[in-house]
Design a protein around this ligand. Structure first.
Ligand SMILES: [Cu+2]
Length: 263
C-alpha cells in the first residue's frame, strides 16, 4: 500500500472520529442531533429524521465505498503506459433503472415528510387548551386563554422564565410575530415553527411526564437573537393550577380594585 493511500485512510478515519465526537456534544444545552422526544409530534419528527437519514447514510456509504474501490483498483499507476479503458457509450435499460429508482426514493421522502408536516403544523380542533405564542425582539410571550401572559426572555447564562403547561393535556399553539420573523423550536417537543407578523402558524404539544425542556429562536432575528432562549416546563394538573393561581394574583394584585389591571 502506498503512503498516499495510507494517508487518505488516516484522514478518513479522523473525519469519522470528528463526526462521532460532534454528534455526542450538546450545543448550549440543546441536543440538535439526538433529541429525546417527549411529545408525540416531536417523536414523529424524530422518526421521520431517522427514517430518511439512515437509508441516506447507507446509500452514501455504498456509493463512496464503490467509488473508492474503483479509484484504487483501476488507478493509473497500475495500468500500462498509454492505457485507455474500454469506451462505453449508453445503456438504455441501466439508465432507465438509475433514473427511476432515485425518483421513487425522492417521491417517497416527499410524501412521507408531507404527511408528517400536515399532522404537526395544522390548526388542531380537539385541543384541551390554547396558548398564543408571540415572538418579538427579543423574547416570547405566552398568552393563556384566561388572559395570563408569561414573558420569557433570557440567555443561556441567565434565568429564563419557563412556559408552563399541564401534563396529559393537548395544547394548541398559535404563533405570531410582532415585528420580524422568529422561529419557536424545542427539539424534544415540536418542529421549528415560524412566528410571522400578520399571519398565524400552528403547532401543538402533549407532554405526559413532568420535566423541563430547552429550545431557542431558530431564525436570526436581530442583535438580541441569543436572548430568545426557550424553556418549556410541564407540571401535574394540581401543580399547574397552583402555578396559574400565582400568575393571576401576580398580574392583578387584590389591593387594586381597577377593572383593567395593568399587565
Ligand atoms: Cu427571534
Amino acid at each position: 500500500m502506498t503512503s498516499r493511500v495510507f494517508r487518505a485512510l488516516i484522514t478518513f478515519g479522523g473525519l469519522v472520529a470528528l463526526a462521532v465526537a460532534l454528534s455526542s456534544c450538546d450545543v448550549g444545552g440543546l441536543h440538535p442531533i439526538f433529541p429525546n422526544p417527549v411529545s408525540p409530534n416531536g417523536q414523529d419528527i424524530y422518526n421521520t429524521y431517522l427514517g430518511i437519514s439512515i437509508p441516506a447514510i447507507v446509500i452514501f456509504l455504498g456509493v463512496e465505498l464503490a467509488l473508492l474501490w474503483v479509484v484504487l483498483r483501476y488507478r493509473r499507476s497500475t495500468q500500462p503506459a498509454g492505457y485507455i479503458p474500454p469506451q462505453v457509450h449508453g445503456n438504455v435499460p441501466l439508465e432507465v433503472v438509475w433514473t427511476i429508482i432515485p425518483l421513487i426514493i425522492v417521491l417517497a421522502i416527499a410524501g412521507y415528510s408531507f404527511v408528517e408536516l400536515q399532522k404537526d403544523f395544522q390548526p388542531i380542533s380537539n385541543q384541551q387548551m390554547t396558548v398564543i405564542v408571540s415572538g418579538h425582539q427579543f423574547g416570547w410571550n405566552y398568552e393563556y386563554e384566561n388572559g395570563v401572559v408569561v414573558h420569557q426572555e433570557g440567555t443561556l447564562a441567565g434565568d429564563v422564565t419557563p412556559f408552563v403547561v399541564p401534563t396529559h393535556t393537548l395544547v394548541k399553539l398559535q404563533f405570531r410575530g410582532t415585528d420580524v420573523i422568529h422561529s419557536w423550536w424545542v427539539p424534544a417537543i415540536s418542529g421549528k415553527t415560524d412566528a410571522v407578523p400578520g399571519y398565524d402558524n400552528f403547532s401543538w404539544l402533549k407532554i405526559d411526564q413532568v420535566g423541563t425542556w430547552r429550545g431557542e429562536c431558530a431564525e436570526l432575528c436581530g442583535v438580541g437573537h441569543s436572548t430568545m432562549q426557550i424553556i418549556v416546563q410541564s407540571m401535574d394538573q394540581n401543580d399547574f393550577n397552583a402555578w396559574m393561581d400565582q400568575q393571576k394574583s401576580a398580574a392583578s394584585p387584590s389591593a387594586s380594585p381597577s377593572a383593567s389591571p395593568s399587565k
